[in-house]
Design a protein around this ligand. Sequence first.
Ligand code: PHE
Length: 351
Amino acid sequence: MTVIGQIEPIQARARAGIAAVATLDDLRDLEAELLGRRSALAGLKSAMASLSPEERREAGQALNAARTAIAALLGDRRAVLESAEMQRRLEAERLDLTEIPAGSRHGRAPERGHLHVVTQARDHLEDVFVGMGFTVAEGPEVETDWYNFEALNIPSWHPARGMFDTLYVELGEPESILLRTHTSPVQIRVMEGGEPPIFSIMPGRVYRRDTTDASHLPNFHQIEGLVVDRGISFADLAGTIDAFTEAYFGRGIHSRLRPSYFPFTEPSAELDITCVVCEGSGCPTCGRTGWLELGGCGMVHPNVFRAVGYDPEVWSGFAFGFGIDRLAMMRHNIDDIRELVSNDIRFLEQF
Ligand code: PHE
């Protein structure tokens, strides 16, 4: 048979073989078999040596054409097998992201956050006092010396100024503008803003030049209470505080008042509540006293009434103030105030 006559059967076999091959590995082997040095085409090429130049040219062209055609078939088959292989891999490695196991912490579903424990405490306090008939008022965090001190019966020479490590703002006269050291200046603003009767609470942020430790932050929260009307007595103060204590902490938690001093109240008292950890029997949290210190209170000083133009012969009232952060810590038995501002999600999500 002529060289050219042998090409067509080789090509036909190649076509059938290529179509039958099912894997890329087999295709690689077949490629070597069809186009490699020991292939039938290579054999024909060496057989060409015996041909005349004329025949050799013709046979050479036919061989090249066959080779090109077989290479093209191999290439097409490879593309088909590669895409099938890719499809198979994608299928095998597929991750089902359509469903996250319920309650999973490690899935990708965003977790729903919630209010900070101090904000929760503030909201709860507001609810309790609103339920007792109080309104909620707010004042600025940057205050003047007059609201934070003077109007509260703390003149500049007063030793009580030492009670407050004040942060001043560089504005106007030196030491005239400050970050409020307590929520008591809001008492003044509320009284200036209207006539008695007043039953208000005033929650908010306060600032002191304190060094941070387990029980101090330079920035914390207080809630102030102010009641002004005719004939308000110390008994109303004690009764209100006790009613609040039970409403907020629950049955079995009571309050007691100890004599103390604040320039803006007279008489003044320190306000304690039954230790919420041991319920009064004595434990390390309360120093085995059964009581926890919550804040201060007292009857509004006549000079405070005079500062806002109220007649102290007509009006009387009481005020109290305590730390919201401390309250939240007591309620949840948190022993380091810094946890509240560490922004550690593992801490915060517990409350
Ligand atoms: N303002 C006081 C403080 O920060 C607390 C207080 C408020 C005391 C109202 C008496 C009456 O320490």
